[in-house]
Design a protein around this ligand. Sequence first.
Ligand code: HEM
Length: 433
Amino acid sequence: MEILHDPAFTVVRVPEGPSGMAWLRAHVARFSEGEDHRRRRGLAVRLLEEIDPASLRRPGHPVAALASALGLPPTVSADVELAAAHYQPHDGTTPEADAAVARLVSACGGAWSEDTAARIGLLVQACAATRAYIAGAETPVPATRRVAPSGEEILVSLRDAPFGAGRHACPGEAHARAIADGATVFRRLHHADEPLLLPNAWDVASAAVLVQEGFAAVGTTSLGVAATHGKPDAAGATRRETLALARSLVELSVPISVDVEAGFGANPAELARELSAIGVAGVNLEDGRGTDLESVAVQCALISAFKAAAPELFVNARVDTDWLSVRTSETTMRARAYADAGADGVFVPGLRAPDEIENLVRTLGEVPLNLLAELPFDRLRDLGVRRVSTGSLLFRSALTQAARTAVAYRTGQAIPEAMSYDDVEGARLRSRR
Ligand code: HEM
């Protein structure tokens, strides 16, 4: 560890580069020494001083909120990932990584300057290490390289100093901890003393009212979203509407989980990255296709593709065996297969038999089981269920109440109680971050 404090041991020096990765490495603090290092580190530290770590405590891609705080669109996270994979000189570069750096420079205003390099450098430094930290690594950066006075390149273990030490020590530790905390809030809610009661909204107003009522997280109902737009549910027809709703819901102060049906027939990696960049905490991914089920292999591949593209996204794999009343003998096998494919939770709507629930909880072990609110909450908790969703119930109740109110007026009956105009407006204002 003394090596990191010893000026005779330098960081790996990199050659000047006019563009791409070579330019980035040649202009950031990470690969500089002496006066260049002091000046470049100063730029990074000043940028960080302007960002309150608490503002980064939100779900989604580890660099999306940081990008927004640095005045960049959260969607730059895909290019940051490409650059991060080739940041270290020993990783070389690729035309794709070089092109990603060029796009990042453009997003920063187009100047190939040290200021621009400092902004991109922060995002790139934040990317892989924070992801590893979120995934639970105790030493997200296991080792770093230094050049000895003899010219030999050596590896220095960071086991006792996960954020480094000496003049190159990480200046983003508080920010990293806040990002990781925000990214894991939703997951932690599945492992708390009480199961997570997740109500499902269909628009901003319904979600805002639920946040105001104190629910710790909000999901969406695909039936509610589809029906609101006059479209069929579970037909892959609402990708645009679902993403537009997700963009609005992430402004609320609680984690948001989005029902993406079976993935809308989209490229799963693209959809997962987009949701994560928006700041969504989780998704529901179902294996029902019309009146039957997708094959286990294809569904597992879909789940794995989501997790590989956006590991921070909580993927709740829905098993539609009981819901569609088909192949109910496969429920346990499918649940286990989806968990093995990387699902963070398993959802079996329609499962009500207590002995089957207990068996499934046992089979899943640490992977939380999610059921619909069809048995009393306490009963589900005692059976070991970790998440209880209301599904489309709230949406259907709202429609029932709306129709009842209109009919009551038409038939001269008493009008059922309703929220006031100010209540609705107040919920909108108070439910935001
Ligand atoms: C858990 C996540 C993170 C870990 C474990 C981590 C760890 C480290 C380590 C070990 C170094 C020193 C490397 C060396 O001495 O060779 C470093 C440098 C750096 N980190 Fe982090 N980091 C994390 C997240 C972040 C974040 C979120 C930011 C920005 C907000 C950031 C910005 C930087 C910068 C700019 C440097 C270069 C400093 C210099 O060379 O003077 N890091 N980080």
